[in-house]
Design a protein around this ligand. Structure first.
Ligand SMILES: Cc1cc2nc3c(=O)[nH]c(=O)nc-3n(C[C@H](O)[C@H](O)[C@H](O)COP(=O)(O)OP(=O)(O)OC[C@H]3O[C@@H](n4cnc5c(N)ncnc54)[C@H](O)[C@@H]3O)c2cc1C
Length: 230
């Protein structure tokens, strides 16, 4: 099961972003600005930055998450996001003695196939252990492990990239496991930076329409909007 814990983050992240943004139009420096900014001014500034698409000040706030219980399917999708730092548990150095893996609900819903699924995954793991016992290095034995295998990692991402990645991965057209992962990441950010956390949302909420070929139904597609206007 997906587990996310916020390990550390830029202190007072929303104020840091707002102060950085103010530096560009102010005679005084960021330290003075940070002291002077009221919570209302911070809110207003963040809203202005988002509305004007001025995202670079969001790079000054970073968040480090411990992520556990995701499949290798999802970690592969996650690391496609390049504006972040990752450290993942190594399958070369860590022999996976326990069989921990993700079972999608779509498979659980079909009991006969679910049984076969468990048999194949556990069978693969059994062979993996047999190979380790035979002296095959973990880095080679792991070739037999399925993509369902659980992994853990640490990820650091700045707020600009979090906004971007959530715009893609909180979309219901993304795969359920990565949606779940970013729902938990959003909840962790909201806990310490609610204004920023509220900006972690699917792109359609910002666009006002769905730019995918098919909409999940929350917003009409661009074609439907244009069609309706004609
Ligand atoms: C629903 C969904 C389905 C997908 N399906 C597939 C698939 O079938 N096959 C597949 O291969 N991938 C797939 N992807 C991954 C996708 O193509 C991107 O690789 C991934 O979403 C990373 O996002 P990104 O490229 O916007 O940027 P990130 O790596 O998150 O970077 C953020 C932004 O920085 C800028 N940037 C980063 N690196 C560069 C660069 N080198 N040059 C210029 N600008 C850069 C871009 O503006 C980019 O948007 C899918 C993604 C989603 C959300």
């Amino acid at each position: 099961m997906v587990h996310v814990a916020l390990m550390s983050y830029t202190p007072d992240p929303e104020r840091t972003i707002a102060a950085a943004a103010r530096v560009s139009t102010s005679l005084v420096g960021a330290t003075k600005l940070t002291e002077k900014l009221t919570p209302q001014a911070v809110d207003r500034l963040l809203a202005q930055l988002i509305a004007s698409g001025h995202f670079s000040p969001f790079e000054h706030a970073s968040f480090t998450f411990a992520v556990e219980g995701i499949s290798r399917v999802t970690s592969h999708q996650l690391v496609r996001h390049r504006m972040a730092s990752y450290t993942q548990q190594s399958q070369r150095y860590v022999p996976l003695k326990e069989v921990n893996y993700v079972t999608p609900a779509a498979i659980t819903a079909k009991p006969k196939l679910e049984t076969k699924y468990h048999d194949v995954v556990r069978g693969a793991h059994h062979l993996y252990l047999e190979m380790l016992d035979a002296g095959i290095p973990a880095e080679d034995a792991r070739y037999v492990l399925p993509q369902a295998t659980e992994t853990r990692l640490v990820m650091t991402m700045n707020a600009r990239e979090l906004i971007h990645v959530c715009s893609l991965r909180l979309c219901l057209r993304a795969q359920w496991e990565i949606v779940e992962l970013f729902e938990r990441i959003k909840a962790e950010v909201e806990r310490v930076a609610p204004r920023l956390g509220a900006e972690l949302k699917p792109k359609c909420y910002r666009l006002g329409y769905c730019d995918e070929a098919e909409s999940c139904g929350i917003f009409p597609t661009a074609t439907q909007v244009v069609g309706e206007r004609r």
